[in-house]
Design a protein around this ligand. Structure first.
Ligand code: DAV
Length: 368
């Protein structure tokens, strides 16, 4: 049987998925979006170039094992085709000396129903990342007459896209938290920008994080692009480096969301969930005090879980507190060894993108 593209939620039964690769992953040279995101005390500051081959090999081994486990459960798994990430990106508007990688398809590809939408992205080093997925998109297009392949307008990413006052490594966490609370993020409103990983799918409702990688114009673009959906803007003031919603707010099944206790959804944004009887619970503490070496993400990848259906969740194997919490909430927990692949772009949710989940379009928030 050929491919069918269709997925409306984060938790319906997973049947077909893309799992990323660590191959050729680079630490990109500095650029405005990265200057703002790489934590001030990170070991990545001042470094760039291809990551050590033995770390890449280890990352690929873990990603391959994860893919094989999913296949063992009857899920179809596809993989991207890495391009040469040592190549620069040059457009009429900007130049950067190298690219990034293709470990986190979740950042680039947004599956909504029968559509897969390539996000604009906001990092110059990630401008061409969609190319790694084009062989798959072409095949899905050939195999599934209902598949809608879409791409958001490529952004220009000139200096006008970034606020100057974020371009310093000495801002300090206090100032960052103040800015986050004021919704002053590194990206300006010059043009629509969004990463796919800032969007969560709840049937007829899409919940989108406004932060470093997605601006209000990007959210407005999504509203116009998905006129049959209700698009809700959220933000999480407790996060000094707000990129991607998937280590902050994690829906697990209808009625239940895990929320990062350091990045709680503000009270005035809870109405939609409360009116419709959804529970938002604090996620368990991460098992680690530090992210692994040369990693962009925080320790909260602990809650970057992948739901295989509304009763079964993949959790990183060392995240014992998160696993225990999910067990107590009634889930079957599938432990997956992935920590040594985090540095290539994130956790279990990041390194996957939905092609098909069973189930049709439903309204989980009838009381708007
Ligand atoms: O907490 O560092 C990571 C999100 C990756 N998609 C964090 C956010």
């Amino acid at each position: 049987m050929g491919t069918i593209v269709e997925s409306w939620t984060e938790w319906d039964p997973l049947r077909h998925v893309i799992v990323g690769r660590a191959t050729d992953c680079h630490i990109p040279p500095n650029e405005p979006a990265l200057e703002a995101k790489v934590p001030e005390d990170s070991d990545m500051r001042g470094q760039h170039g291809k990551r050590p081959q033995e770390m890449i090999d280890k990352g690929n081994e873990l990603l391959d094992n994860f893919a094989a486990m999913l296949e063992g459960r009857g899920i179809i798994v596809d993989r991207p085709t890495p391009t040469d990430f040592s190549l620069p990106v040059t457009t009429p508007d900007f130049h950067t000396d190298s690219q990034f990688g293709c470990m986190p398809p979740r950042d680039v590809l947004l599956t909504v129903g029968k559509e897969i939408l390539e996000a604009t992205m906001s990092y110059r080093c990630r401008w061409f990342e969609y190319l790694c997925y084009r062989p798959l998109m072409q095949r899905y297009f050939d195999e599934d007459p209902g598949f809608r392949h879409e791409a958001a307008p490529k952004p220009r990413l000139t200096d006008a896209d970034y606020h100057d006052n974020y371009l310093s490594e000495k801002i300090g966490v206090e100032q960052r938290l103040k800015w986050a609370a004021e919704k002053h993020f590194v990206t300006t409103e010059e043009e629509p920008l969004f990463d796919a990983a800032d969007v969560l799918r709840f049937g007829k409702d899409l919940v989108v994080q406004h932060g470093f990688t997605t601006n209000l114009k990007g959210i407005e673009w999504l509203k116009r692009h998905f006129p049959d959906h209700r698009v809700h803007t959220v933000n999480f003031p407790g996060d000094p480096y707000p990129i991607h919603i998937d280590a902050t707010f994690t829906p697990l099944r209808p009625g239940l969301i895990l929320n990062n206790p350091q990045r709680r959804l503000p009270d005035d944004q809870r109405g939609l969930f409360e009116r419709n009887g959804w529970e938002i619970v604090d996620a368990a503490q991460p098992a680690h005090n530090q992210p692994p070496a040369l990693c962009y993400s925080s320790v909260w990848l602990s809650m970057n879980v992948l739901a295989l259906d509304d009763k079964t969740v993949c959790v990183e194997a060392s995240e014992v507190y998160q696993a225990d919490q999910l067990d107590k909430l009634g889930f079957e927990v599938v432990p997956v060894d992935l920590r040594d692949a985090y540095a290539f772009g994130g956790g279990l949710h990041c390194c996957t993108a939905d092609v098909r989940r069973e189930g049709g379009l439903q309204d989980y928030f009838p009381k708007q």
